[in-house]
Design a protein around this ligand. Structure first.
Ligand code: SF4
Length: 229
């Protein structure tokens, strides 16, 4: 993917209470992604170009100093933009917490950000197990995802795992296997299952998705399933 260095941000959500638990935040939506998930809700961000520069973003954040707790770096895949480290440094200097939404495809970059104590929280997408990963994401990035997961676990870094569930792409038995995979990894905590939203524009046209999961039944002693949507 050709990186649009000067204006990498597609848009900014100026305020949300829903994205970072217990914190008020804004969201920076970075253009571009190295996956093409069939159910992706943000085709215009994934396929489009950014139009907002870091300078403009910093000016906006200065105006929100002491009004917001956190800045969420999302996309697209924000970690494709190597120079976001410079932006994150500035954001931290302003006193904001930093959350990264990632598909897990850039573990080495994630490692650097953790080592330099530049980030506070990560939401990691768990797209699928290896046998379905390529079909769902149209990429071969499962090993990178797994490295990111291992890295977060080894560092005991605060993070959550989440999966978008379209009932035709990820049936319940696959969810059970994904939970077992996380248990084998010794992950404990919340695992968020986000129902696919029928009727919105996505990268591929998909059939109707059913909402049939039972959080209580799927939860284990170590992993608490929370269903969103
Ligand atoms: S859903 Fe997939 S294609 Fe869309 S932004 Fe996330 S990782 Fe990229």
């Amino acid at each position: 993917m050709k990186e649009n260095v000067s204006t990498p941000i597609y848009s900014i959500t100026p305020f949300t209470l829903l994205d970072y638990a217990h914190q008020s935040a804004c969201i920076l939506w970075f253009a571009g992604c190295n996956m093409r998930c069939l159910y992706c809700y943000n085709p215009e961000i994934v396929l489009g170009k950014g139009s907002i520069s870091f300078e403009k973003t910093l000016a906006f954040l200065h105006s929100r100093k002491n009004l917001l707790d956190a800045v969420v770096f999302s996309g697209g895949e924000c970690l494709l933009h190597k120079n976001i480290a410079d932006l994150i440094i500035e954001v931290k200097k302003m006193g904001f917490l930093v959350k990264i939404d990632t598909n897990g495809s850039r573990p080495m970059f994630l490692k650097k950000l953790i080592e330099k104590q530049l980030i506070d929280y990560v939401a990691l997408d768990f797209k699928a197990l290896p046998e379905h990963f390529e079909k769902i994401t149209q990429s071969v990035l499962f090993p990178q995802f797994e490295n990111s997961l291992d890295l977060l676990l080894e560092n005991q870094f605060p993070f959550e795992v989440r999966t978008t569930v379209h009932s035709e792409l990820i049936p319940e038995k696959d969810i059970q296997q994904m939970i077992a995979y996380l248990e084998n990894k010794k992950y404990s905590g919340n695992y968020y299952l986000q129902y696919f939203v029928n009727g919105v524009k996505t990268l591929e046209n998909l059939g109707h998705s059913l909402k049939i999961l039972n959080a209580e039944k799927l939860s284990t002693s170590k992993i608490k399933i929370s269903i969103r949507g």
